[in-house]
Design a protein around this ligand. Sequence first.
Ligand SMILES: [Zn+2]
Length: 459
Amino acid sequence: MTPQEWIEESKDKLLSELKEFLTFPSISVQPAHRGDLRKAAEWLQQKLVSLGFRVEMLGDPPVVHGFYQGPSGSPTALFYGHYDVQPPEPLEEWESPPFEPKVTEKAIYARGASDDKGQVFMHLAAWRFYVERRGGIPLSLHVVIEGEEETGSKVLSEILQREGARWRSDVVIVSDTAFFDEDIPTLTVGLRGLLYTEIRVRGPKRDLHSGSLGGIVENPAIALAYILANLKGPDGRVKIPGFYESVRPPSAEEVAAWRQLPANETYYLGITGAPALAGEVGFSPIERVSIRPTLDVNGMWSGYTGPGSKTIIPAEAGAKVSMRLVPEQEPMKIWEAYKDFILSLAPAGVEVSVSQLHEPTPAFETSTNSPFYKAAEEAIARTFGKRPIPLREGGSIPILNAFRQALGGVPVILMGFGLLSDKVHSPNEHFRLSQLWRGIEALIQWYSLVSKPSSLLAE
Ligand SMILES: [Zn+2]
């Protein structure tokens, strides 16, 4: 039975299992969901045990670590994924409830369908194929699935430092990225880093009557607005001193790869639904979303926002501000420059403080020369009928640098099958069924190709 035939025959069973996995509201940033994180981890534990893995649960929320002993002499791969998800809010914008998965003709809808439960599930399915139809998985496997990817991977970072050496592997495989488009397969060769901060502006001890006391104190909301408005210029450039220092221009290969993509304004307008594109002057949209650093306000609050009017000067204002970083930017250096800049913008009459909300993450790059990368190209070409284009992606996977450190410079393959239109982190997140099925097939191919390293190395 070919992988294709097996997938065809197993579709109903696989879909109902994936739906089970998507039902857990495993939202790592909200403390009320601790128990749901554990339930999702236990679900994975049980699946791995049924496939013949030896499984341990480490820390809380648990890092699920499974080990599968492959044939002697076969290489060892480490699969990394995450079972935690972003909060589903705003709930009223979901067409079906975020944790009641809904399958339509084209896609499965749920929080986590694409990021990353759906993609974790594809690997479970690929291993299942080998166990059911080929008498076992053709290589040794460490499986590491955590519940804190969306909040900075604290537990896993500690485990990696402590015992990561035990997980020594020849390659790390991750499926937590996206194709450029359904008909344009891409392999991710770089990710931006992340610096996530919160600014707090404090004024009077309590909200004040804006009539009887208006005119004598600085308004924290206005002070915050002033600070935020000064973070970027009208040319879209971030004004933090030294922010762009050492950021390098794209290589000739990168530019050549982008030329093959229909990454034009219409494409991005379609995906974003924005009335117009904006951003750093002098760079194309694809450069802005991949090789240029960015700064964004993720949320802000102050004063009275309920119905009707309430005449106050708020006591406090706050904002969450994040930056996506590129390989040449050192997160701690940017943090220091950012903090100094914010404090220098603070008007008199308010107290401003800045803090980090997330482990700072440097950007990540992967080599296109390893046999494991070539195997990924080959597996995608065989399944999707086109060779994938190497592309840097704008998102971040904080833990990858820690894996590389713990495992000693191992190649990391970012073979993701999401689509940029999956609405990841937004209402109505979904995963294309065609990507799900073909992706499982491509992964079955990849595991087969990398299980015979001699044939790969001979290339
Ligand atoms: Zn993810």
